[in-house]
Design a protein around this ligand. Sequence first.
Ligand code: PBG
Ligand code: ZN
Length: 326
Amino acid sequence: MLFPDYRPRRLRQSEGLRRLIRETVLTIDDLILPLFVIDGKGVKNPIPSMPGHFQLSVDNLIKTVKTAANAGIPAIMLFGIPDKKDPLATRAYAKDGIVQKTIKSLKNKVPEMVVITDVCLCQYTDHGHCGVVDGNVIDNDASLDLLARVALSHAKAGADMVAPSDMMDGRVAEIRQTLDENDLSRIPIMSYAAKYCSAYYGPFREAAHSAPQFGDRRTYQMDPANAVEAIREVSMDVEEGADIVMVKPALPYLDIIYRIREETDLPVAAYNVSGEYSMVKAAEKMGWIDGSKVMIETLTGIKRAGADMIITYFALEAAELINGSK
Ligand code: PBG
Ligand code: ZN
């Protein structure tokens, strides 16, 4: 395979040839659209750092979900912004909580859309942490029961899948057991298995009002410097009953996606997070990059690294581009 006998450019001469040898093809089947739901009617609050994304009331959210379904997107990831916060996140597992109500109308109006719910406490606690707080520490074991309650309330409301993002140790087992005891053994768990303590979550925290009110998330989310530890986190969640394992964020962690894909035979999800979206949108607005091309290159790269599915704020835009309707 040496020049001049071998010439790699031979197979790059035309789009037809390039299509024949293309190894990775991004499809609409790979995409999960994250959405933010808030109380009220007719609400569509723009999220300044995430152009094209909004805090939506249920009526408007349903419109967006119908558009997504028409574009062929198989699933959404739902985040709630509650009316009240308290130390024990009671609105996170209330029967009439924002997410629980939204799931019911969604499954009524757009039954074919797979509804995955983010399971965490941080939007619902007044201190903004993902678990229960005892003084200045996040109490792991005291958080497990509440997280399981959140997951159960989502599943009872009709969620198709629950996705715990809290990073407490042992939560997947607790959630699996609680679902099973309540006749919900059919509900899969997508575990945020290797979730890093990342500055790329900034725009999300503005959108979901979930920034910690003291300290940071370093005692529960992973150190960005660690890769081998991600394998341990993933194996733990697999043992505890996860059905899909997630790596988050995506772009600075493509090596982790690759390694996890090699380590497990479960489906691997990657979360292309808010800050990764905002950077592309900002550079596009400045006229510094071609936003659509960077979007497709980014998503293709995440898939090439080994992701079977990608949670991305680009989902609708990418689907419309792939469909040729934009
Ligand atoms: C909360 C949660 C976060 C994200 C998803 N669920 C933020 C955090 O951990 O502070 C980040 C999503 C994004 O940035 O797009 N548990
Ligand atoms: Zn959280």
